[in-house]
Design a protein around this ligand. Sequence first.
Ligand code: ZN
Ligand code: FE
Length: 257
Amino acid sequence: MDVFEVIPLRAFTDNYIWTIRDTRHAAAVDPGDAGPVLDFLKREKLQLVAILNTHHHADHVGGNSELLRHAQVPVFGPHDPRIPEVTHRLADGDRMTLPHFGIEFEVMEIPGHTRTHIAFHGGGMLFCGDTLFAVGCGRLFEGTPQQMHDSLAKLMRVADSTRVYCGHEYTLSNIRFAKAADPANKRLQELESRVRQLRDQDLPTLPSTIAQEKATNPFVRCREPGVVANASKYAGKPLNDPVSVLAAIREWKNNFR
Ligand code: ZN
Ligand code: FE
């Protein structure tokens, strides 16, 4: 196995299509648009060897069929007929080996944003789509606060050093909200200045790490007294459990300007 790199390709306004590449091969995670991937393959003279899908939303799978016309490769994704191109359907605890790279991923079912959302965890990396973002989490389109809470808790059990590759560049606006929900958190201020510098240079703020999320992400800090207090203030009543706190700050963020 060659040494590999993980390269973000920008798509739409703020999506990242993460690619794993060596000198000759590339795999694409959540190719919502085929264009950026095809340009990248051509420019770098790489052969596409696999597609990984975390969930069925068009901004994550919309490029599948065009990429498959270009190269017939395995498509790894959840048990969900809404992604018809998937050739290898994966469930919680399943393992898969990335063709040509030999990286072994464990599949984690992480419902909340969608009912069938999965993450790929392996090689010190976590590809988590729209469930966990840097300093945030996905909207609850098909799941409950309880499911999102449990999914985030599950992700927080992987090693602290794991690099977290999220589906969108939302970090700066997530920090703006997190400062309201967790104002006493000094780590947020530090992170904000670093993230601002990166964004000023138009650079990605990702990957994050599990350790960074534990320190800064209000949605995984639903037991922290500061977050509980501010969530309770928003809800207008004392909240006594982390799921209620998550539900409150998720709703708060939906309306946060
Ligand atoms: Zn999504
Ligand atoms: Fe998305």
